[in-house]
Design a protein around this ligand. Structure first.
Ligand code: ADE
Length: 226
């Protein structure tokens, strides 16, 4: 899969060269390219923002650099073009699964009060456009949201996570939270591991884990059970 990320702070994404996603890039499974939006500016000051028409607080990202960037990165293969935004659809595991199936994703990170609205309209001529929110809170820009999305999507690409079994039994994969995990020692600071996990009875262990999943979900995330 190819992923392009456009930002005025491309070094945010240095962290994505670490760990599993770094290995996936070394192995050629993931082709992740970060770009500085300012490389598509043409003025001496490399300007990417200007004051909003109609007045109001803050600055708006100018359309021209974004248009050039999209022209260069969305070259005929109709990629999925994602703009992180608190005003978008909420990102979930289902979104991650859907996007992990694509061949090419382009992420455009907005800053300030956002990007000139016409950019979204123009991007729709070049690919499928999605405005996606990490959750109901406001970040200073899209970078942190894109880091989270790229990690959630990237780990679902076949070959990225060494043991694909570990993708099955985790929170949100079956609509429930994950069951609790324990390792040795069996007693630690007076706290014992639940008896059933030491029993060797696979049926009983599976039943206990399902129960725990339901109980935790009911307690912490009742909205998931609706
Ligand atoms: N940019 C600012 N806030 C955001 C959020 N919650 N999700 C995605 N992008 C954002």
């Amino acid at each position: 899969m190819r992923i392009d990320v456009v930002s005025i702070f491309p070094s945010y994404f240095d962290g994505l060269t670490l760990s599993l996603l770094g290995k996936a890039q070394d192995a050629g499974i993931l082709d992740l390219r970060t770009h500085d939006l300012r490389t598509w500016t043409t003025d001496r000051h490399r300007t990417v923002d200007d004051t909003p028409y109609g007045g109001g607080a803050g600055m708006v990202m100018k359309p021209e650099p974004w248009g050039q960037a999209l022209d260069d990165l969305a070259t005929g293969d109709r990629p999925t073009i994602i703009f992180p935004s608190p005003a978008g659809e909420v990102f979930t595991q289902a979104t991650a699964r859907e996007l992990a199936d694509r061949d090419h994703l382009v992420f455009g990170c907005g800053r300030y009060e956002g990007i000139d609205e016409r950019v979204f309209d123009y991007a729709a001529e070049l690919g499928e456009v999605r405005l996606i929110s990490l959750g109901d809170y406001v970040l200073n820009g899209g970078e942190v949201a894109v880091m989270a999305m790229v990690e959630a999507i990237g780990r679902l690409i076949p070959g990225v996570v060494g043991n694909p079994e570990s993708l099955v039994e985790e929170s949100h994969e079956d609509g429930l939270l994950e069951y609790p995990s324990y390792t040795k020692p069996s007693v630690w600071r007076d706290r014992a591991v639940p008896e059933v996990l030491l029993s060797g009875n696979h049926g009983a262990i599976a039943a206990w884990r399902s129960e725990q999943q339901l109980e935790r979900t009911r307690e912490r995330r009742p909205d998931l059970l609706d």
